[in-house]
Design a binder for this molecule. Structure first.
Ligand SMILES: [Zn+2]
Ligand SMILES: [Zn+2]
Length: 336
C-alpha cells in the first residue's frame, strides 16, 4: 500500500508510492559529465571577460573594479526579472487584472574564478567566502525599503534551469512577499501561536530523536531528508541556533554553514553521480526578522524526478523514494 505523509511545516501531503519505490542507486546519473576546462575564453563569468557583464555590485578582490583579481564577484543579472527603478503602485486593468512595475533586484554571485570548480570541489575557504558574499548582499539589499523578501538560490545544470556552466548563484529581492512564502509562514505562525514553539526547531529535534533520516550533524547544523520529502533525495540543512533570518547569522555560523553545504553537496554528487540540482535559502520576510515563529534553512532538490499532471493539479507530490533509505545512502557517501 502507498502511504500519505504530511509535512508539518506546510501542511502539504505527499504520497510515497511504496510499490513503485526505486532503490536509491537507481536515481544516479548514468552518463558521466564531460570534463570542463579550468578557463573558458567564451564564458562571460571567467576572469578576463569582466567587461562582458554589467558593472559589478560588490566583489572580494585585489585590484580595480571590473578587472581581474577577484575571488567572488557579484553583478546585476544581464537579463533581470526585476530592476531597481520604478514604483510599488498597483494598477488595475478592467477592474480585475492587477499589475505593478517589476521593481526589485536581481543579482548573480560568481562563486569562483575557476570555470570548472563547483562548490563540492572548492577549498573550504572559498565556499566560506561565497556564503559570506550571500550574507553581505542580503544585508545590502535589505536596506532598500521597497524590498519585502529576498530569495537566494542556485540553479546547477540544465535540468535545474541554467545552461551557464560557470559556478554561480542568484539573489532576487522582490517588492512583494510571494504568496507561496506567506503560506509557509502562516503555517509556522499558527504553530507558534498554538504551542509557543517554532515548528522548524521542533521538526529538527524530532528528526534528531528518530535518527533514521539524519544525513549529517555538526556543532551548529543538522542535515536531513525530511519525513514528507516531495522529491527523491530532497535535502534540508537546518541550523541549531534559532535565527529566523539568514541575515542574522554571525560570521562563525556562516562559515560552518559553508562547510556543511559543501559536505552535503559532495555527498549528493557521490550518491547520484553529479546530479543537476537547485538549492534555495528560505528566510523570513524582512519586516518579520525579529519574530520567533520561523527558522531560516536551506533546501536542496536534485532534479532527478519530473513534476507531472497529478502534482500540477493537486499540489500533492508522488515520490518513489523513501527518505529513510536515501538518508542512509547519503550518510555513507563521502562528504570530505
Ligand atoms: Zn567560466
Ligand atoms: Zn526555531
Amino acid at each position: 500500500m502507498s502511504e500519505l505523509r504530511q509535512d508539518p511545516t506546510t501542511n502539504d501531503w505527499i504520497i510515497v508510492a511504496k510499490e513503485r519505490t526505486q532503490r536509491p542507486v537507481q536515481f544516479a546519473r548514468t552518463e558521466n559529465r564531460a570534463p570542463l576546462p579550468e578557463h573558458d575564453p567564451s564564458c562571460p563569468f571567467c576572469p578576463g571577460n569582466e567587461a562582458r557583464t554589467p558593472p559589478e555590485a560588490w566583489a572580494y578582490r585585489t585590484g580595480r573594479a571590473n578587472e581581474q583579481g577577484w575571488w567572488v564577484r557579484t553583478i546585476p543579472n544581464k537579463f533581470p526579472a526585476l530592476r531597481p527603478e520604478g514604483s510599488l503602485e498597483r494598477r488595475m486593468e478592467n477592474g480585475l487584472f492587477r499589475t505593478m512595475q517589476g521593481v526589485g533586484h536581481h543579482e548573480v554571485v560568481i562563486e569562483t574564478p575557476s570555470h570548472n570548480t563547483p562548490i563540492p570541489f572548492m577549498p573550504d575557504g572559498q565556499v566560506e567566502e561565497v556564503v559570506l558574499m550571500y550574507r553581505d548582499r542580503y544585508l545590502a539589499l535589505r536596506d532598500d525599503p521597497r524590498v519585502k523578501y529576498l530569495i537566494l538560490f542556485k540553479n546547477s545544470g540544465e535540468r535545474a534551469g541554467t545552461s551557464l556552466l560557470h559556478p554561480h548563484s542568484q539573489l532576487v529581492a522582490t517588492p512583494i512577499v510571494p504568496p507561496y512564502i506567506r503560506r509557509k509562514h502562516e503555517v509556522a505562525t499558527q504553530y507558534f501561536d498554538n504551542t509557543g514553539k517554532c515548528v522548524y526547531c521542533e521538526m529538527r529535534d524530532e528528526e534528531l530523536r528518530a535518527g533514521t533520516r539524519v544525513v549529517l550533524e555538526t556543532e551548529r547544523f543538522v542535515v536531513i531528508h525530511p519525513f514528507a520529502s516531495r522529491y527523491p533525495f530532497e535535502t534540508w540543512i537546518l541550523p541549531k541556533a534559532h535565527h529566523p533570518s539568514f541575515g542574522q547569522i554571525a560570521v562563525p555560523e556562516a562559515k560552518e554553514f559553508a562547510r556543511v553545504l559543501k559536505a552535503t553537496l559532495l555527498k549528493l554528487w557521490k550518491a547520484l553521480n553529479g546530479p543537476d540540482y537547485n538549492y534555495i535559502l528560505h528566510t523570513i520576510p524582512l519586516k518579520d526578522e525579529n519574530e520567533e515563529y520561523y527558522l531560516w534553512h536551506a533546501q536542496i532538490i536534485p532534479r532527478i524526478a519530473h513534476m507531472a499532471g497529478f502534482e500540477m493539479g493537486s499540489g500533492i507530490y508522488i515520490t518513489t523514494a523513501l527518505p529513510e533509505e536515501t538518508a542512509e545512502v547519503m550518510r555513507k557517501a563521502e562528504g570530505e
